[in-house]
Design a protein around this ligand. Structure first.
Ligand code: AMP
Ligand code: MN
Ligand code: MN
Ligand code: MN
Length: 296
């Protein structure tokens, strides 16, 4: 039963959390459990943004609206740009859009073979059985992620936490790392825009681009129709937030805010527990007001 029938006000200080993961990708909570946790943490406007998957969107919407949360459709698309993996979040997308669904299916298509190659690399380093181990952690067999390998290696006592697993085994130069070709930047932006959404560069401080490559990323993103950047995210320090607020103004981008929450006890940033967007920026959710679904 709806607990609140009022429209959620959308303004600069709205507690918007527009980046989070369920067990449809590499989170551990179901879409409904994630919605309940977002509600309990004071989130007012929420988006589930699973990697390369829309399979949780209908459950997320139903749970959000029942709980009194405003909701936006969401996704996080894996992209390869200049040899690096870049994540592009789509907000306000229609989860039933056929072209977006087809693009995401193609993007996640190689994940199983990649996971097999990762497991072979780990086996050569003396750790056997990682494919089955990772698969047991994956709520969606189409979406085996490095995170599932990390959880398996923590559970089996090889590492103390998932961050240690990434550092020792899952990043470039380490035995479980397998390079992968994801979607093209322009394709990801067009799928998102074609599905009625706004494309957002996710957690830009996480990429290791030179200043000129980063400039190329933002320029090409805008040229393809990208419109926003995550300024306030669980991945950014306070100085990084200031830096990407400047980038938003430089490129005329809207600003987004999201925790990138994956799992209780594992994620550094709790749902909704983020600073406000810097006041000089335009929140992406104001531009998406027509796409927001309200409870009641
Ligand atoms: P994949 O799409 O399979 O390459 O996995 C990428 C996911 O791994 C990201 O979305 C994060 O959830 C997680 N991840 C990446 N780097 C780290 C890290 N250093 N520590 C913990 N999790 C990480
Ligand atoms: Mn993830
Ligand atoms: Mn990401
Ligand atoms: Mn994410």
């Amino acid at each position: 039963m709806p607990v609140m029938a009022a429209r959620v006000p959308l303004h600069h200080l709205t507690n918007a959390d527009l980046h989070s993961h369920s067990d449809v990708s590499d989170g551990t909570l179901s879409p409904a459990a994630l919605a309940a946790r977002a509600r309990a943490q004071g989130v007012e406007l929420w988006a589930l943004t699973d990697h390369d998957e829309l399979g949780g969107q209908h459950r997320a919407r139903e749970a959000a609206l029942d709980l009194g949360l405003a909701w936006l459709g969401g996704v996080e698309v894996s992209v390869t740009f200049a040899g690096e993996t870049v994540h592009v979040v789509g907000l306000g997308i229609d989860p039933d859009d056929e072209a977006l669904r087809a693009g995401l299916a193609a993007t996640r298509g190689g994940r199983r073979e990649r996971a097999q190659a990762m497991a072979e690399g780990l086996a050569r380093a003396g750790i056997a059985g990682c494919f089955d181990g990772a698969l047991r952690h994956a709520g969606n067999p189409e979406l085996i992620s490095r995170t599932h390998f990390a959880r398996h290696l923590v559970e089996s006592g090889v590492c103390a936490d998932t961050h240690e697993v990434f550092r020792r085994f899952l990043v470039e130069g380490r035995p479980g790392y397998v390079p992968h070709r994801w979607a093209r930047l322009g394709d990801a932006v067009r799928w998102i825009a074609g599905a009625g959404g706004v494309a957002v560069i996710a957690h830009p401080a996480r990429y290791r681009f030179s200043p000129s490559a980063e400039y190329a990323l933002f320029s090409e993103f805008v040229a393809h129709g990208g419109r926003a950047v995550e300024v306030t995210t669980g991945s950014h320090s306070a100085p990084e937030q200031v830096r990407y607020a400047d980038t938003a103004l430089e490129f005329g981008l809207l600003a987004s805010r999201g925790s990138d929450f994956h799992a209780p006890g594992e994620s550094r940033t709790e749902l909704g527990a983020l600073p406000a967007l810097p006041g000089r920026l335009q929140p992406v959710w104001e531009a998406l007001a027509q796409r927001v679904q309200h409870p009641g």
